[in-house]
Design a protein around this ligand. Sequence first.
Ligand SMILES: Nc1nc2c(ncn2[C@@H]2O[C@H](COP(=O)(O)OP(=O)(O)OP(=O)(O)O)[C@@H](O)[C@H]2O)c(=O)[nH]1
Ligand SMILES: [Mg+2]
Length: 222
Amino acid sequence: MQDINLPKPISFNSARFLISASKLSECPPDQGAEVAFAGRSNAGKSSAINAITINKKLARTSKTPGRTRLINFFSLNREGCRLVDLPGYGYAKVSRDMKDDWQTHLGHYLNDRQCLRGLVLVMDIRHPLTDFDQMMVEWCEHNKLPLMILATKADKLKFGQAKTTLQKVRNALKKFQCLEHLIMFSATDRTGVEEACEKLAAWLAPATDSTAADAETPADSP
Ligand SMILES: Nc1nc2c(ncn2[C@@H]2O[C@H](COP(=O)(O)OP(=O)(O)OP(=O)(O)O)[C@@H](O)[C@H]2O)c(=O)[nH]1
Ligand SMILES: [Mg+2]
C-alpha cells in the first residue's frame, strides 16, 4: 500500500545546471538538501555527476586538471535538492594565490553550509587516499557528516586489482564512523552508478518534508 505522504522519487536524470559560485555569498540560499562531490583535481568528480545524472553534458569534464574552478550547483526534480560539483583540490599548475583562494572558498562552503547532507569523495582507484583525501575524511568525521567514497576509474584496473584496492581503503578507514558507503565506480562503464544513486537518494530524502529538514538543521554550525 502506498503511503500518501511519500514524495515522488528523485530522478537524477532531472538534474539541471542552476548556478556557479566563486564564493559562499554567491551560493543559492542555504535551504533544502545538498550533496557535494569533492576530490582531487582530475579524479573524476564531474564525470561521476554526469554518470549519475545520465547526462554527459551536465558538468564539464576535461583531461586538463583544474577544469572545475567554481562551485557548480545542479537542481533536481525534488524542490530544494541539489548536487554540487566542487573545485578539485591539489591542482599544481595554478598560482599559489589562486590555490589559496579556492581552498578558502571551499573551506567556507564546507564549514558553513547547513544544508549539506553528505559528502561524496571521489578518488581515482589507482591513487587512493591522498593526503587531501585523508584530510577530507577527517573533516567529515569531525563534523559528523556522512561520507560516501567513489573509487572511480575502476575500468582502468582488472576487477581483482580493483577489489583489492577497495579492501585496502576499507581497512585503512575502518575507524571512521562517517564512512557510510565505499563504492567501486566507473563513469565509463557505469560500475557502481546504481548503488551511488540509491544512497544519494536516501541522503537527500529527508529534505522532502521542509519541516523535517528544518528540524534537522542544528542551531549552531559546528
Ligand atoms: N577511464 C575512465 N576515465 C574517467 C572516468 N572518470 C573520469 N575520467 C576521465 O578523467 C578525466 C578527468 O575527469 P573529470 O570528471 O573532468 O575530473 P574532475 O575531478 O571533475 O576534475 P577537475 O574539475 O579538474 O577537478 C577526464 O579525461 C575523464 O574523461 C572513469 O570512470 N573512467
Ligand atoms: Mg570537474
